[in-house]
Design a protein around this ligand. Structure first.
Ligand SMILES: [Zn+2]
Length: 230
């Protein structure tokens, strides 16, 4: 009976909660634990009958909550997760941008935040430039104290000691692009969050798949796939 939650453990009858654990019969919790019958609260532990972090009697709680829900039904907010316009982060700083990329203009038209300065601030690094050795065996230990500059975006980045140990173990060269760029490269290897209608390449049945029709892979329907694999 949990619906519309992000990051949760052991909840019962909770809706629209964020990073809240072991709570029940509550809505719109943010970072709450072991709460019961709470509404729109943040950072509470072991509380009951609270609204906006304020303690009420059971009767007051029920009356006030019903009133708020009634109002939210009129505004169309009831039944929805917290709206993006309340987020302190820019859309381009969140994983939403990785899965559903939008331009700054598209985000502004929806009334959401876009933090353009997160890009420009970090790409204006003026410190000394470190040249990277081609071979990992020539990389000194103090490389983990240096600030490196991404060859693609100009963003500064660092190598941490565990990372350097791993590159040495596998005899891999140090990365020349920053963490964010490497992350994006990995994300691009995943299929897009989009379904195409195409035919099974064995039986011809119509199927929906994340593999676009112009891709080279062999794509089967589920039953043909299972017959082939098992
Ligand atoms: Zn088939």
């Amino acid at each position: 009976m949990t619906y519309g939650t992000i990051s949760t453990i052991n909840q019962y009858n909770t809706q629209f909660t964020f990073v809240s654990f072991y709570s029940k019969n509550s809505q719109y919790l943010d970072h709450c634990q072991y709460c019961e019958d709470c509404f729109a609260c943040s950072g509470l532990k072991k509380k009951r009958f609270c609204i906006f972090n304020q303690q009420y009697s059971e009767e007051e709680y029920m009356r006030l909550k019903a009133k708020i829900v009634e109002h939210m039904k009129k505004t169309g907010e009831w039944g929805q997760f917290l709206p993006p316009e309340l987020s302190p982060f820019g859309y381009n700083e969140t994983v939403a941008q990785e899965y559903f990329p939008l331009t700054g203009g598209e985000v502004a038209r929806r009334g959401w935040k876009w933090h353009a300065d997160t890009e420009s601030q970090t790409s204006n690094y003026q410190g000394p430039r470190v040249s990277l050795s081609v071979d990992i065996k020539d990389v000194p230990d103090d490389m983990t104290e240096k600030i490196l500059v991404c060859e693609r975006t100009g963003k500064p980045y660092k190598i941490i000691p565990h990372e350097l140990a791993l590159y040495r173990q596998h005899r891999l060269p140090l990365p020349r692009v920053c963490f964010d760029e490497r992350h994006l490269e990995r994300i691009r290897r995943r299929n897009p969050r989009k379904l195409w209608t195409r035919s099974c390449m064995k039986c011809g049945k119509s199927i929906e798949t994340t593999y676009s029709p112009d891709r080279p892979e062999t794509v089967y329907c589920e039953s043909c796939y299972l017959k082939e694999v098992y």
